[in-house]
Ligand binder design. Sequence first.
Ligand code: 5GP
Length: 189
Amino acid sequence: MTRGKLFVISGPSGVGKGTICKKLFEADDNLRFSVSMTTRAPREGEVEGKDYFFVSKERFEELLQDGQLLEYNKFVDNYYGTPRGPVVEWMEQGYDVLLEIDYHGAFQVREAYPEAVLVFIAPPSVEELKARIRGRGTETEEQIEGRIAQAMDDMAQADEFDYLVLNDDLNTAVWKVQQVMRIEKGKEV
Ligand code: 5GP
């Protein structure tokens, strides 16, 4: 059996990574999504084990010490990380795995798996990105400012990725990521 491939999707907060990933999963039965672990509070509508595994800071640090995270980062006072077990098992079973994580995590994954494919999703413009981050309406001004600063920092890393996909039109962006996956899997496009 062929080992599955590891894909990493990154991009600034508010760029629409989540929506792109959702569409990728709907279209590909062989793709598995790594549910991240976080210490941040769930947003309205978020489901435990589906959007994230929500854990305490203590628990996160315990798992980190124990080597159970493939990568992690601290972001606006909260930890985010990828549980190692499912990713390794799925790839061994031949499934492709998609991680939706920030660039710090993406580069840690590249260290661990140099063959991983890193895709950066970019917004149509910085103004639109800022508007989208503000538009969420679930956070304090301080948190919003923090996210915007972080988003600008994220944008500066785009060139380090293997591929850059502009999320101008959702379906086009999804199609482009699918082409990247096909090319990387050695299939005919
Ligand atoms: P949010 O709080 O909006 O869900 O996510 C904040 C940031 O954390 C986003 O940039 C997201 O990509 C990143 N993130 C989510 N899960 C992980 C993870 O498992 N590892 C890392 N390094 N970043 C993550």
